[in-house]
Write a protein that binds this ligand. Structure first.
Ligand code: ATP
Length: 317
């Protein structure tokens, strides 16, 4: 057995706890401050479909910025092949850091995966160069609709397909993007900087689609968009997942919309996962309703309330 195969098995094995079906898992090792490394060994609870193969597994990873700032503290999660997993949590929980650890982009900010393994399709990828991770089929759509503003829509798309080779192939891939995003087809000759916020988000997603990735890492696609636009963008994300078979890890602050498209969810606090479960279970979980969906019995709570109540959250007690 290769090292990577054994690691992959250990990710799967850590999911074999017997509390399946009892609702979202609770983690007793979570704490609001820094936690000792030894308690990070508690693996994730079972997924909703224990037979699904994980395409991606993060195994007790730690991330350090500037050699000293510990941001991820033994984070474990996995995403089933062909699935959509949502990674939720409040500001500063470590969601974007998690995506950058996977895509190899931490180095840009002097960060590194200092412990643990990230296994993609059976191979350890932590610490690998970002371009090699893209070649393996993992594509991150960064927060904030990063498009090349001085290039046209079409040129942006062609830039996204740089790993794909022939011109004919690129044209076919661009047509595929226009199929999902007809608004981009109408504006293919227009400068990206002149597009609306929603159209720029579509272009960022379309550029990722050009690489025909096996896995997309989406960082807050709803950010700054009107609710109707958010709904339609997430509907397209769901179609891409179903029709292209693209596995998706979705970081969102908008828990309601994220849990409506995901089949599994993880909630992060302080650099680790504190709650996870099937999306349907999380949607109806009282803690999640209270703190992330604003639907607790006492009505919608403000962020100040959330901070106040965080100290006595049931999954931390
Ligand atoms: P948000 O929803 O606000 O984007 P997040 O959950 O994505 O938050 P991260 O951006 O991953 O959180 O940040 C997690 C923690 O790491 C924060 O405390 C942040 O200040 C810290 N952090 C992020 N980037 C760096 C960096 N380059 N150097 C030092 N600390 C950083």
């Amino acid at each position: 057995m290769t090292d990577s195969a054994s690691d992959r098995r250990s990710v799967a094995a850590s999911n074999g706890r017997s509390d399946a079906g009892s609702g979202p898992a609770r983690r007793s090792d979570a704490a609001s401050g820094p936690a000792p490394r030894s308690d990070a060994a508690a693996g994730p609870a079972p997924r909703s479909d224990p037979d699904a193969t994980p395409l991606l597994g993060l195994n007790n990873i730690e991330v350090l910025y500037d050699d000293v700032i510990l941001v991820l503290r033994g984070l474990s999660l996995e995403v089933a092949e062909g699935g959509i997993a949502a990674l939720l949590g409040s500001n500063g929980a470590g969601k974007t850091t998690t995506l950058k650890a996977i895509s190899g982009l931490l180095y840009v900010e002097d960060g590194e995966v200092s412990d643990g393994t990230i296994v993609f399709d059976g191979e350890e990828i932590q610490g690998m160069d970002a371009h090699r991770i893209v070649e393996k089929g993992v594509f991150q759509v960064l927060e904030g609709r990063r498009v090349f503003e001085h290039l046209t829509v079409r040129e942006n798309l062609l830039a996204g397909g740089y790993t794909r080779g022939t011109r004919r192939g690129l044209n076919a891939d661009a047509d595929k993007v226009y199929h999902y995003f007809p608004a981009l087809a109408e504006r293919r000759g227009q400068l990206a900087g002149h597009l609306s916020g929603g159209e720029q988000q579509m272009l960022a997603l379309g550029r990722a689609l050009m690489a025909s990735p096996r896995m997309m890492l989406l960082d807050e696609p709803s950010l700054g968009l009107a609710p109707m636009l958010v709904e339609s963008i997430f509907e397209i994300v769901r179609r891409i997942n179903r029709e292209e078979g693209t596995t998706i890890l979705l970081v969102e602050q908008n828990a309601r919309v994220a849990l409506s498209v995901a089949d599994y969810g993880y909630i992060m606090e302080g650099g680790r996962v504190v709650l996870e479960g099937a999306a349907e279970e999380l949607r109806t979980n009282e803690d999640v309703k209270e703190f992330y969906l604003g639907l607790g019995d006492g009505g919608r709570r403000s962020y100040r309330d959330v901070k106040h109540y965080r100290r006595r959250k049931r999954w931390l007690s």
